[in-house]
Each structure stands twice: as structure tokens, then as C-alpha cells.
Design a protein around this ligand. Structure first.
Ligand code: SAH
Length: 472
């Protein structure tokens, strides 16, 4: 089993300083499961490749207690010596510890510089196949090459194995590449060999800092990394989502142009909070007594709605059970007085299916949700909302794609969030909304959310729909 790491950043041999391994020496490290050899297959100024070769001791493995398998021959016949598994992750942690931490005695500046990197993993098992493999690495920006390996090259008629040779390419910090491998290799591997305990949660969160909470597969990654130990995964996901909002706010705010950043710093308001305030104001100025928040997420709006005296029914709906659990915790629902509990309900459902529980509300809010729906499913969504739920008023917000050029740290062509399926310009949202309004008997007006830029508009766009027959 091997992993290679190549750079073409010149002088490429500086890779040796980053890995703390001399390109002109072979080094061997002993681990509980065997040995790890580190050597270089090329060490030129233009290109340098380091190899981590794991030499697993199959007899030593058998001596380890409790394989936990009911396959009697597993002791003798298993893939452990040959595939990149959690052993590789352990080896990375042992042998390249300083590099993972981003420390280099001689080249600290380089350790903090994004350089062109390529990693190849010789044999990688993937439960979930190629698709899952891609879903793990591609959102992190890796150009991912996957080759399915035959069961035996000598006997192609035996067909394909469930293993892949994977090459990942990206210009990034070496530390980030190693960290992603460290976390994601065991996620792909079923046979995580070491005991998963509370300290593993800390380790996952530490190594996941800055990327895991925004990863679209964060739930799978966490569950699999913690090997489906449900309590641990629950605990980790809760802690992760606490970071997420902060990170996303921070990301959005740090990308705001200077003037607005300062203004929002002054007022200590994130775009999220500006949006929330604006929605609350619309509701307070209305005569509504019931509100349903569709795609309520972790319940930030719900908690603001609870403070509006005129409301006697508030419902939060979301497709993600995890998210609803977090909302319930955050709202402290279990501790609310019975009257408040009566007033506030959380329900599990999808905006893509007709649902009678969504009908009969004065106001429905759909805040930063539509861009999470697949575009071809919007036709199902519009009927669920405008035709069946048919609230008197709809408050809908979505990012204004034109504004993305103003986010200094958002590369062109990328969405603000990895889970967004699309982001619309003002014209695109307004066209869509006007057509829907006309079709279902609503009027609609548009309002900017956040500071309006004279060229590209505000960061968020809001559509306020009013049911015409309710107006009469
Ligand atoms: N409205 C919240 C959350 C926005 S994130 C806020 O402004 O903070 C988008 C939310 O939409 C997520 O919680 C996601 O689980 C939910 N969502 C995505 N697809 C959905 C669907 N088909 N039905 C209901 N909710 C959905």
C-alpha cells in the first residue's frame, strides 16, 4: 500500500523540508501494525515525489486482539496489507505529524503557501464506489482522477475489484492535503481498526477545522469516521454545526467589501442577522398570527419569531432530521413552558411533496432554501408552495449571484456554499418569481437585503408575495 505526494513548485526538492524527510535518504518507521518506509522516486528541481510505503505485518495483525469479524478465514485472507486504510492514516499521523500541523523548521513560509500538489493512493477501497469517492474530494476542490482496478491484472475476465487508484490534484497548502487524506481515507474504509472513543471526536473536529462543517457530506464523513458510533457522531455533528454558522458568517463577512465589513463590524451584524431583522420587521408590520418557516434549518428565525407577541402558531419544517434535532436543542424546546410548546412546532417534511400540514398559514418564509433544491425539482416545489400550502404571504430570499464578484475570497464561478445547486442574478429570480406569482394568483415585490452596491445590487434578494384574493 502506498501514497505518493508530488510537487512541481520550484525548487521542488523543498518538499523534503515540508515533510521533514530528506529526499536523498530512505527512512523506516516502526508502527504497531508493521513498518512505514519513506523515500523519494524523484527529487529534481522541477519535480519531486515522496512515497509513503506501508509494509503491514499480517502476522502481527492477527495477534492484535479481536478482529470482530465473523469471517473465519479473515485472519488469513484480508485486504489489510494491500489497501489504503486507517493504517495509512495512522502512519501519516505518526510519520508526517509536523507536516500535518503545517510546521517546517526551515521553510515555514512555504508551509503556509499554496503550491501545486498531487497525491496518488495506489489502492483505495470505497464503500459507496467511485461516486462517493468523488463526493468526498471534489467539493474540497480536488481535480480527482479515479481508475477502477481489475481483480487481477493477469485475469481480466475476473472483472473489476472494489478498489480504486486515485489521483488528487490541487494547488493548496501541503498541510490541507495531508489533513484531508488523514480524515477521508478511514471514511472510505470499512475496517477502521482502532477503538473509536471520545478523543476521536476531538481529533476529527480538530482536523476538520475550516472545511468539514461546510462539506456537503459532513454527516457521512462524521458517521463513518466515528464508525457509526451514534452518540459520538451526534455529539460531533452538534459541535460541528455550532461552528458552521460562525464560519459561514465569517466567510461572508470577511468577503464583504471594506466599507460594509466595517459597517457590519460596527453594528456587529452579519448578513445573516441583517436578513433576519428584515424578515422579522415584515412580519411585525403585518397582521399575521401564524407563520410557517419552510426549510427552517437550525431555527434562528423561529427563535426570533417566538418573541413576536401577535403570533399564536409558529411551525418550523425541514427535510433534515439532524437539523431539526439541533433546532430543538437550540430553542431549548423541551424546557419551554407548555404554552410556548403549544405555539411552536417542529415538523419533518420535504418541500417537494404536497403536505396538508403546510396549509392555512398567514405567512410562509422560505429563507435561503430554494438554491438548495435541484433546478428540475423547482416545478414540484412551486406547486407545493403556491398551490397547496397557499399562504397569504410568502417571504422568500436567495443569494444575488451578481454580488458574488464582491466577495474577495470567493473564486469566480463558485457558489457561496458547496450545497447550493444554483445562484440566481436579480433578473433570473425576478423572472421566475413574477411568472409564479402570475400563475398562482399572487402579486410580488422585490427588496434588497444588505448594503446595495450600485453595480451588482445587494448580497441577498428578497421576494415578497401576496395572495391577491386575500387582499380583497
Ligand atoms: N432557513 C434557514 C436554513 C437555510 S439552509 C436559514 O435561513 O438559516 C437550507 C435549509 O433547507 C436546510 O436546513 C435544508 O435541510 C433545507 N432543505 C433543503 N431541501 C429541502 C427540502 N426539499 N424540503 C425542506 N427543506 C429542505
Amino acid at each position: 500500500m502506498y501514497l505518493t505526494i508530488t510537487t512541481t513548485h520550484q525548487p521542488a526538492t523543498d518538499l523534503g523540508y515540508l515533510l521533514h524527510k530528506n529526499p536523498f535518504k530512505t527512512q523506516t518507521f516502526s508502527q504497531s501494525f508493521g513498518k512505514t518506509h519513506v523515500f523519494y522516486t524523484e527529487a529534481q528541481v522541477k519535480r519531486c515525489t515522496a512515497v509513503l510505503l506501508l509494509d503491514i505485518d499480517p502476522i502481527g495483525l492477527v495477534r492484535r486482539v479481536g478482529s470482530g469479524s465473523d469471517f473465519a478465514l479473515e485472519q488469513y485472507v484480508n485486504d489489510r496489507p494491500y489497501v489504503a486504510s486507517s493504517f495509512l492514516s495512522v502512519a501519516l499521523g505518526d510519520v508526517l505529524r509536523s507536516a500535518i500541523a503545517g510546521r517546517s523548521t526551515e521553510r515555514q513560509e512555504l508551509a503556509e503557501t499554496a503550491i501545486p500538489l498531487e497525491a496518488t493512493i495506489g489502492v483505495l477501497p470505497s464503500r459507496g464506489g467511485e461516486e462517493f469517492l468523488r463526493r468526498l474530494f471534489e467539493p474540497l476542490g480536488y481535480e480527482t482522477k479515479v481508475k477502477k482496478l481489475p481483480l487481477d491484472e493477469q485475469f481480466p475476465e475476473w472483472g473489476e475489484s472494489r478498489y480504486f487508484k486515485v489521483t488528487l490534484r490541487k494547488t493548496c497548502l501541503l498541510k490541507d492535503l495531508l489533513t484531508h487524506l488523514y480524515v477521508l481515507i478511514p471514511v472510505l474504509d470499512n475496517g477502521k481498526h482502532y477503538w473509536v472513543g471520545e478523543e476521536e471526536v476531538d481529533k476529527l473536529l480538530r482536523h476538520g477545522e475550516g472545511w468539514l462543517s461546510a462539506h456537503p457530506e459532513k454527516e457521512q464523513i462524521t458517521r463513518r469516521y466515528l464508525k457509526h458510533a451514534r452518540n459520538l457522531a451526534h455529539n460531533a455533528l452538534t459541535r460541528l454545526s455550532e461552528n458552521e454558522d460562525e464560519q459561514i458568517d465569517e466567510f461572508i463577512d470577511s468577503g464583504l467589501p471594506k466599507v460594509e465589513r466595517e459597517r457590519s463590524l460596527e453594528e456587529k451584524l452579519s448578513l445573516n442577522e441583517i436578513r433576519l431583522r428584515q424578515i422579522v420587521e415584515i412580519i411585525e408590520e403585518s397582521t399575521a398570527v401564524s407563520v410557517i418557516d419552510l426549510g427552517c434549518g437550525e431555527g434562528k428565525l423561529l427563535s426570533a419569531l417566538l418573541k413576536i407577541k401577535q403570533l399564536n402558531a409558529i411551525v418550523g419544517m425541514d427535510v433534515s432530521i439532524r437539523t431539526l434535532e439541533i433546532a430543538k436543542d437550540r430553542l431549548n424546546w423541551d424546557q419551554l413552558p407548555p404554552k410556548q410548546q403549544e405555539k411552536l412546532k417542529l415538523i419533518h417534511g420535504s418541500l417537494l411533496y404536497r403536505d396538508s400540514r403546510l396549509a392555512g398559514f398567514d405567512i410562509a418564509t422560505v429563507i435561503e432554501v430554494i438554491e438548495h433544491l435541484d433546478m428540475p425539482r423547482l416545478s414540484a416545489f412551486e406547486r407545493v408552495l403556491f398551490e397547496f400550502a397557499k399562504p397569504k404571504t410568502i417571504i422568500m430570499t436567495t443569494p444575488n449571484a451578481e454580488y458574488n464578484v464582491r466577495f474577495e475570497n470567493l473564486p469566480p464561478g463558485q457558489f457561496r456554499h458547496t450545497d447550493h445547486r444554483f445562484e440566481w442574478t436579480r433578473a433570473e429570480f425576478e423572472d421566475w418569481a413574477c411568472e409564479r406569482a402570475a400563475k398562482y394568483g399572487y402579486s410580488v415585490e422585490f427588496r434588497p437585503v444588505g448594503e446595495v452596491d450600485p453595480f451588482v445590487g445587494a448580497p441577498t434578494q428578497l421576494g415578497l408575495f401576496t395572495l391577491v384574493e386575500a387582499k380583497r
